[in-house]
Design a binder for this molecule. Structure first.
Ligand code: 5AD
Ligand code: SF4
Length: 465
């Protein structure tokens, strides 16, 4: 038998790219590729790229430069594929700018990778940035039990893709296309299979995940809340999360699901972008700051332990000092447990990139520093407030010291536990004893199984056999 061909996949950007990278690897496993962590020894390198901000897109070209150099030095010939949102946005231009690239494939066509690879090997142009009518998910094989196990007990599952919101700063509606929800039966089958393979935590992903409206087997349209209630019944699934949401789609039924489902984690990522009504309007976010406060209050009314994270953009065109202060005020009022924040980056083809009154770089830098200091303080206060609390932790990987395991709290904090009476893929009730800058430390309280992880779940040890 021939030696297996080696595949190196690198993901940039969001969690959907991580999910897509896994699906590409699953598909190429069928073609005889095994994954390697070493780009230099790979026969095929796939860069799964992000176009959301200029810096993200530029990273791809630095990576391509490194690949070219390494090929020149080692003489090892590698096929190079660019996938994801830069591929979608720039298409064949990428090959012109970086001739080391053999193949370009957009996020809706990666199920066609085997044909594209055959073309690239034959030296033919291999560029596919279509939005094909066939559903890529119908053509992608499920991961093997071994692949799922390697990826750990917390998995992503795409339920929705694309976006129809057209925020004026954002490229996503152009790179990922219109909003499409996957059919309920396919999502349930994938979730059941992952649970069978040892997955204990599912994060449902979509660019606008809470706008999910998938068709059920009964022909009815299911909301994200409907889907969550059903997924919570799957044996073995102890935790559910979903990301990323839009405030406009935070329906009453979704808030009620947080009240009713112990498996639904009390942590919500809800991007607000700005705390200024005028800026929100110019961003075409279709809501004002009051709606955000209202959602937070309603969430906390049904789940008092609810914590939030968010995304912020500073220096949107025309943002004044007073408008920036409105964002700082919103941050103080909400008390976020985590956040991502960015300087506004004009993206080609988006309405905001054509606006006058672009904010000077130095002003953006100064605002970002102040905003991040406030968000960091807020996160630190939240982490410190966790000391003395008791959390269920799902263990994901070994720690640095022998016997140590690292798991996640309900709030996605890393929790380090010395010699816990549990293994990877298991839950343990832990009392938090310390909050460090990057992780919490805890001691086990008990080893009672969680009531919402049903007894029917197969133990992980059985899966190793
Ligand atoms: N400039 C800066 N940040 C952006 N984001 C999206 N587009 C831009 C842009 N043009 C941020 C938003 C979004 C997150 C994924 O990236 O905060 O929620
Ligand atoms: Fe982009 Fe706005 Fe859609 Fe989010 S909701 S993906 S920010 S256009």
């Amino acid at each position: 038998m021939d030696a297996p061909r080696k595949l190196y996949v690198k993901s940039f950007g969001c969690q959907m790219n991580v999910y897509d990278s896994h699906r590409m690897a699953d598909m190429l496993a069928r073609e005889g590729y095994v994954e390697t962590a070493e780009p230099a020894e790979a026969d095929l390198v796939i860069l799964n790229t992000c176009h959301i901000r200029e810096k993200a897109a530029e990273k791809v070209y630095s990576e391509l430069g490194r690949l070219r150099k390494s090929q020149e030095e080692t003489g090892h010939s590698t096929l190079v594929a660019v996938a994801g949102c830069v591929a979608q946005a720039e298409g064949a231009e990428i090959i012109k700018r970086a001739p080391v690239v053999d193949l370009v494939v957009g996020p809706q066509s990666y199920h066609r990778l085997p044909e594209l690879l055959a073309k690239a090997r034959a030296g033919e142009p291999a560029v596919d940035t279509d939005f094909p009518v066939e559903d890529k998910f119908d053509h992608l094989p499920a991961p093997s039990a071994a692949a799922t196990r390697k990826r750990g007990p917390a998995a992503f599952l795409t339920v929705q893709e694309g976006c129809d919101k057209f925020c004026t700063f954002c490229v996503v509606p152009y790179t990922r296309g219109a909003e499409v929800s996957r059919p309920v039966a396919k999502i349930l089958a994938e979730a059941e299979r992952l649970a069978e393979q040892g997955v204990r935590e599912l994060t449902l992903i979509g660019q606008n995940v809470n706008a999910f409206h998938g068709t059920g087997a009964d022909g009815r349209t299911w909301s994200l809340a409907d889907l969550l209630y059903r997924l919570a019944e799957i044996p073995g699934i102890g935790r559910l999360r979903y990301t990323t949401s839009h405030p406009r789609d935070m329906g009453e039924d979704l808030i009620a699901a947080h009240r009713d489902l112990p498996a639904l984690m009390p942590y919500l990522h809800l991007p607000v972008q700005s705390g200024s009504d005028r800026v929100l309007k110019a961003m075409n976010r279709k809501h004002g700051r009051e709606l955000f406060f209202d959602i937070v209050a309603r969430m906390r009314a049904v789940r008092p332990d609810m914590a939030l994270s968010s995304d912020f953009i500073v220096g949107f065109p025309g943002e004044t000092d007073a408008e920036f202060e409105d964002t700082m005020d919103l941050i103080r009022r909400v008390g976020f447990a985590g956040a991502f924040s960015f300087k506004y980056s004009p993206r080609p083809g988006t309405p905001a990139s054509d606006l006058g009154a672009q904010v000077p770089e130095a002003v953006k830098t100064e605002r970002l520093h102040r905003l991040q200091a406030a968000l960091e303080a807020s996160k630190r206060a939240f982490d410190l407030s966790c000391v003395g609390r008791t959390f269920e932790v799902l263990f994901e990987k070994p720690g640095r010291q022998p016997g140590q395991l690292i798991g996640r709290s309900p709030y996605l904090q890393s929790v380090v536990v010395n010699t816990p009476p549990a293994g990877i893929g298991e839950f343990l009730t832990v009392t938090i004893t310390e909050a460090g800058p990057n992780s919490l430390a805890g001691t086990p309280l008990s080893h009672t199984p969680l009531s919402h992880v049903t007894a029917r779940a197969r133990p992980l040890a059985a899966l190793e056999a």
